[in-house]
Every structure is written in C-alpha cells, then in structure tokens.
Write a protein that binds this ligand. Structure first.
Ligand code: SAH
Length: 383
C-alpha cells in the first residue's frame, strides 16, 4: 500500500516551502482589483475594462492589436496586466484535429498540460490546477512525479482563454467556435489548491469583460475526495458539476488506488458527494477507471450499484490509460460491458468515457512526463 501523510500536504500552509509563483496577471483579479491596479500605474481606471475586453472578450493578448489604447501606454499596460504565463512547448493534434493537446512551460520551468476537445455541439477544455500532484494515485502518471507547486489563478484561467482562442480560430473542424465547457481533469488536485481554483472558476463564469462568460453548469471539478473541501465547495454560491474519482467501492482497494482514502473512507466521501448534490441540485459524476483484474469484478459492480442506487449520481467509466512501466492494463471490453450492465440493472445511470487523445498521451500527465524524461511521446502525430 502507498503510504501517505494523513493530511495531504498543502504547499501554502504556514511553514511550507513557498514555491515560486508567477507574476500577477489581470486574471488573478476581479474587475475592481484590476481598476485599482491600473490606477496605481497612473492610468485611468477604464483602461482596466478595455484590456479585459481584449483578453476575455476578444481573446486578444497582443498589445499591437489594442488600437483603442494610446500607443504610449499599450506596452506598459500589457506588461503589467498580461505578462506571459504559459509558453507553448508542444501542441499536438489527433482525431482529425478535433483533439488538441498543449504542453506549456511556466515561468519557473514547470511543465503543465491542457487538452482541447471538439464535439459537434460543444468545445471542452481540460485544464491543470497544479504542476504535478501530491495525491499519489498509483495508476496516474501525474501522481508518480509528486507535487511541484500550485498554479496561480491566472495560470489556470489562461489555459482556458488560450485554448478558447484556438477554438475561435476555427482550427477545431466540425465544432462550434466558442469554448463552452471546462473540466478540471488535467494535472493536479483542484481542491488542494482551493482558493485559486475557486477564483479561477469565478473568472471563467463572470460575463465578459470581467471573465469568460461560461455557464457554471458547464464547469466540472474533479477530485480524489478531499471531504472538507467538498463541503466547502457546496457552500460557495456556485453550481459547478462535481466529479468524484472513486475507482473502487470498497476501502481495502480504494486505500491503494486513491491513497487519500486512508484519510477519508468511501462512505465519508460519498456522504460529502450526496451533501453536494442536495445543496446544488447537481448530479455528481462518479469516475471509475476500469483496471483489468483489479477493480472490474462483477461483485464490485454490484457493490457500487448498491452504494449509488437512488442517488443523484452518474457513473463515468474510464478505460484505464496504462502509464509507462505500469503493471496495470485496461479491462477487456466484455468485462467492461458486464460492469455497465450490472450498474444499469441496479438503476444507476452509466456511460463509458470516450478515449480521446490516446495517441497523443491525451490523458493524465503523460505528455509532461515524457518531456521531462526526454522520450518522444508524439508517436504518429499530425501536427
Ligand atoms: N486530481 C483530480 C483530477 C485529475 S485526474 C482527480 O483525481 O479527480 C482526472 C481523472 O482521470 C481522475 O478521475 C483520475 O483518477 C483519472 N485518471 C488518472 N490517471 C488515469 C489513467 N492512467 N487512466 C484512466 N484514468 C486516469
């Protein structure tokens, strides 16, 4: 069994080593904060709204295109409000361009990744909330490397804004040009970077020019199950979708697959999920990676069905994406089908996640891991 400190490590805790955070960016601040900052720079407060309109409304970050600002202050305002946070290292595409993965280098050299997925009716981005992750789930590539640091609010928001710009450029063929959905399913545990993730969600849902104007219901926060933080999330005036990475219905196995279970057991984490559902009216998504001969037995499907029957829940089965060197593999399709059948027989709504981006390591920290180790993750890439 993986050992874990009983309380997850919080890099922001008093006494913890402070990792190098990036420069402040307008997406770190609400509109009032941006006005204060601009005034301190000796500019009129309304410049804050103008620059915000470029960034969030028009998805423009190049000062040369901000022709409504006096030429004399364009560069300075852009330097102060829009410092470069993400430097693209690689952009890969697959599924005929409908899936695009971005690997970014942050100002301190940390690597994080985001994925843009186009569908006929919507465009989704999957974003990271931390560089690395401290949760140590043994099947997850990010979990193997440990936590480097929390991302700032603007580093989180900028992934979505940048990829909203890619979508708006029409590069995602066959999809609407407007970003509509954001999932916190990239690197990191969002609820372990709580304040910055909440501020990022507020920017994503605020109407332009304060934010990106997405619907709260189109934002999904995925968590290993930090129980106090789930309760806290329920008390925010946000009705985002909660996804709980359960992966096992019994404590014995979940203690191993999701080590934070050693602190908060299956029954506690499910109680927190039901409290979230009751408070927000939102159906909770139960994530379950199907791992061959590990968590895919019929009796585990039945146990999961009993835990979830009658609850405001939906099961999302994820075929395991094997990480390099891992001893684990995805469940065979007939086993997966039987698992789905048993859950549905128990009255639990269940779907199997599509495996977008497999060939570009589109899941779970694998691109960043490959870049760090100097291997080529690209395979047969088209871009
Ligand atoms: N830390 C958060 C969000 C990041 S991961 C969480 O754990 O929920 C998003 C989802 O991908 C989680 O359900 C996670 O368990 C799952 N995942 C991680 N590695 C995987 C892999 N190799 N194959 C399939 N799913 C994986």
């Amino acid at each position: 069994m993986t050992s874990l400190p009983l309380i997850p490590v919080d890099p922001d805790a008093p006494g913890a080593r402070r990792a190098a955070m990036p420069p402040q960016h307008l997406a770190d601040l609400d509109l009032a904060g941006r006005k204060d900052l601009v005034t301190k720079l000796g500019e009129s407060a309304f410049r804050a709204r103008q620059v915000s309109t470029h960034y969030f409304g028009r998805l423009v970050r190049d000062p040369a295109q901000m022709t409504d600002l006096p030429a004399s202050s364009r560069e300075r305002l852009a330097d102060q409000l829009l410092p470069r946070l993400l430097t693209p290292v690689r952009e890969l595409a697959c599924d005929d361009g409908a899936t695009r993965k971005a690997l970014w280098r942050l100002h301190d050299g940390s690597l994080v990744e985001s994925v843009l997925m186009g569908y006929p009716d919507r465009v989704t981005v999957c974003i990271s909330s931390q560089a690395g992750c401290g949760m140590a789930c043994p099947f997850c590539a990010t979990g193997q490397a440990g936590l480097t640091r929390n991302l700032s609010t603007a580093e989180i928001v900028d992934q979505a804004v940048y990829l909203a710009g890619v979508a708006a450029s029409g590069k995602v063929a066959g999809s609407p040009p407007r970003l509509s959905h954001v999932v916190f399913m990239g690197m990191g545990e969002p609820l372990a970077n709580y304040n910055r993730v909440i501020a990022a969600i507020r920017r994503l849902v605020a109407p332009a020019p304060e934010g990106l104007g997405l619907s709260q219901r189109h934002i999904t926060v995925s968590t290993v199950g930090l129980v106090p933080a789930i309760h806290r999330l329920a008390s925010e005036d946000l009705s985002v979708t909660l996804a709980l990475s359960l992966h096992a219905p019994d404590d014995e196995l979940r203690d191993e697959l999701v080590p934070v279970n050693q602190r908060w057991k299956v029954c506690e984490v499910l109680d927190a999920a039901w409290a979230y559902a009751a408070r927000t009216g939102r159906r909770v998504s139960i994530e379950y990676a199907m791992i061959k001969d590990v968590n895919d037995q019929p009796w585990r499907a039945d146990l999961l069905g009993r835990l979830l029957a009658g609850k405001l829940a939906h099961v999302n089965l994820i075929p395991l994406n094997p990480t390099p060197g891992s001893r684990w593999d995805a469940s065979p399709k007939p086993v997966e089908r039987e698992f789905v059948r048993r859950l549905r027989d128990a009255g639990v709504s269940t779907t199997v996640r599509d495996t977008r981006g497999r060939e570009i390591d589109g899941a779970c920290g694998q691109l960043a891991a490959a870049e760090d180790s100097g291997t080529d993750p690209a395979g047969e890439m088209t871009a």
